[in-house]
Design a protein. Sequence first.
Length: 322
Amino acid sequence: MKNQPSRGCQIGSTTKAGYMRSTARYLAVEAITQSRIPLLACNLVVHARKKKDPVSLQKNSTTTFTGSFPKGKKVCIYAHFDSRGGFSNADTHMVRQIANSGVDVIIASTSQLSSHLFGQQKNGLSDIPIVSRENHGFDFGSWAETVLMFREEVESLDELYLVNSSMYGPFASLNSIFTMNGNDVTALTNSNEFLPHAQSYFLGFSKSSIQHQSFWNFFRSVPLSENKWATIISSELTWLHYFQSSGFSSNILFPVEKSQRRNPLTFGWIDLLNRGFPFIKKSLFLQNYDRIAMRGWQKVINEISPDFDVELIERDIWERSQ
């Protein structure tokens, strides 16, 4: 595996080799946070999206849909991207586990999957409908285009979940996270990097929030930017603020304290798993920007979830490195 930490570096901590990089990133985050630039940008975005007539997101002419919209009342739109152009066994396992938890799944992929999946029964996803679209707007673009494409069907749902393919797992039952518990919107984790926000790999919406005009205004105004940081500022850092300011109740299932300034999905991954969090971020094994020590991760997962086959992750990491 790439970026193996030095011996003696405790698992979950930043490696010695990556300490200076991590410190520089932390100082940069703090400087930007203290400048209040993200807060000002957040407020501007929220204000713009609450206009009565937001600019409509236009359906891309190359977008296709294979299958039929699910008949159930709980639906998950799974935003998928794979630079290799396929659908990995790890992602197949994730989608199947979501479906097994009683939630119907639509895959919204920017990897041109229709022929790939439906032509191969062995992937086990031939019954899952797929929206195939160009890669504009990242996950929020995939979610927005799918939601708007099926507005009538979405408005009839009891619960809608927006999930992306950035995680490995699950290592625990998903029944406890695919529930709104009386809230209008829900997320799994929050972060205090840049400004307090709900992380956007998992978003949940209740029936009342789906039927509110603010919900549709938000997704109609999702910018189809090809710049990652523009998308983070315009969508990830603002989505929960937008809905809270519209009067929606919200809940974070695995909250972190304000004193935790760094991303809990990377710097606090072991703590989250010990609290019952069912996922681990793929980037810890792939890019690992902060050089978090990962040697021994298999033991951590085996102790928490003995039935999970860690070879699923190991093989995916190996295939991505080829």
